[in-house]
Write a protein that binds this ligand. Structure first.
Ligand SMILES: Cc1cc2nc3c(=O)[nH]c(=O)nc-3n(C[C@H](O)[C@H](O)[C@H](O)COP(=O)(O)OP(=O)(O)OC[C@H]3O[C@@H](n4cnc5c(N)ncnc54)[C@H](O)[C@@H]3O)c2cc1C
Length: 386
């Protein structure tokens, strides 16, 4: 069991409710999803029943109080993300976008009318949401976006294109970031059945195959003024990304733990040379120990960051460090696990190559590894190197 990797006994520092939430989520995912995820990945399928299943378990927007949400603390939310990504980063991506990038901005910046209209439907998984910040020509620098929002007095008009929206083609609701006439970034909540909204699924992905990625076009889309979020500037989308990045820091280590568990088990059973198991060879042990060490370090970081979040003290630089470090280490761990499995590591029989390919996307989205390095470089030196 993965708990055995807990060398520093950090489980002792989780509250009883946090541990029971983690164990409940793990048991639910093992029972309902573990057997199916490799097939979904192979088929490039995100099953439509997932949102409702996750909603029933309270996995969507869990930190929100009321509106049908679980009302966990941030440590509990982190543990939920860790358990989902232990199975697959694509499923965690769905839950991250729905919770951190759609429900969080509606809860934080929306008026009561849209909170009541949308949050319960998103919490239950009846509705799916997506988040559009990235454009084809503006990824790491969203401040240069070209999507436009015009104020027409009693309503708003949205024009432009977005790319790489997770959940896009199946979404009922989209949180879209665009510039107003004054050039300020604003967020609007768009019902995707509005005239002028079109989504197209991005096919043929190597990575996050059990997750939907889409392009979106908005042509003269009429939006009620009540659907404008009460925040201006890039701090709007960045505040949402902070919550999602924090969840990714936890999630990526769930994937890494799964890889270590598979590699350790395999190395204890597979025999090569002198009828000895792989784990009896020093070079194999060195790899296993590196995986084990990085997982324990990352989990200590996550727990500390979770407590800072729960105390309302988490800072953007801390979140950047956790996202950058943990995803990068998880990617390295997935690679080492694949190596230990030899040829068998490239098959769907084992989860390690699926995690490896998924983590390539996780390393890129929500700020690439190098963008977080630049954020931290600026924080440390006071000099921007973007
Ligand atoms: C599967 C998937 C799902 C996604 N989901 C969403 C979503 O739901 N909503 C959304 O809005 N977006 C989403 N994205 C988009 C994602 O956030 C962007 O891909 C990411 O921000 C990087 O942008 P880019 O791909 O345009 O890369 P670029 O910005 O073109 O960067 C390419 C490379 O250049 C480097 N680079 C860029 N600028 C600098 C610099 N100043 N100095 C040094 N190096 C630099 C980067 O680190 C990277 O290595 C998703 C992406 C993927 C792959």
């Amino acid at each position: 069991m993965a708990e055995n990797f807990d060398l520093f006994e950090i489980d002792q520092d989780f509250h009883k409710e946090e541990l029971s939430l983690r164990n409940k989520v793990r048991a639910f995912l093992n029972d309902k999803i573990r057997d199916k995820i490799a097939d979904w990945f192979e088929q490039g399928l995100f099953p439509r029943e997932i949102p409702r299943l996750f909603g029933e378990q309270g996995l969507l927007g869990s930190t929100i109080s009321g509106y049908g949400c679980l009302g966990t603390n941030y440590t509990g939310y982190g543990l939920i993300m860790q358990e989902i990504e232990r199975l697959d980063s694509g499923l965690r991506s769905f839950a991250s976008v729905q919770g951190a990038l759609v429900m969080y901005p509606i809860f934080t910046y929306g008026n009561e009318e849209i909170k009541e209209a949308y949050l319960p439907k998103l919490a239950s998984g009846e509705w799916v949401g997506c988040f559009g910040l990235t454009e084809a020509e503006h990824g790491s620098n969203p401040g240069n976006m070209t999507c436009q929002l015009e104020d027409k007095g009693d309503h708003l008009i949205l024009n432009g294109k977005k790319k790489w929206l997770t959940n896009g083609s199946i979404a009922d609701l989209a949180v879209i970031w665009a510039k107003n006439e004054a050039g300020k970034v604003c967020g609007v909540v768009v019902q995707t059945n509005s005239p002028g909204v079109e989504f197209k699924t991005i096919e043929n992905k190597f990575s996050l195959r059990a997750s939907i990625s889409s392009e979106a076009v908005f042509q003269k889309v009429k939006i009620p003024k009540s659907h404008l979020l009460n925040v201006e500037g890039l701090k709007g989308p960045f505040s949402c990304l902070n919550i999602a990045r924090y969840g990714i820091a936890w999630g990526s280590i769930g994937a890494a733990e799964d890889c270590l568990e598979v590699a350790l088990n395999y190395s204890q059973n597979r025999k090569q040379f002198h009828d000895q198991p792989l784990c009896s060879h020093q070079l194999v042990q060195a790899k296993l120990v590196e995986m084990y060490t990085e997982i324990n370090k990352a989990k200590l970081l996550n727990q500390r960051l979770g407590r800072l979040f729960d105390a309302g003290k988490a800072q953007a630089a801390q979140i950047s460090m956790a996202k950058m470090n943990n995803v990068s280490k998880a990617l390295g761990i997935a690679r080492m696990a694949r190596d230990i499995l030899g040829a068998n590591g490239i098959t769907y029989e084992h989860s390690v190559s699926r995690h490896l390919l998924n983590l390539e996307s996780v390393n890129t989205y929500e700020g690439t590894e190098d963008i977080h390095r630049l954020i931290l470089g600026q924080h440390l030196t006071g000099v921007s190197a973007f």
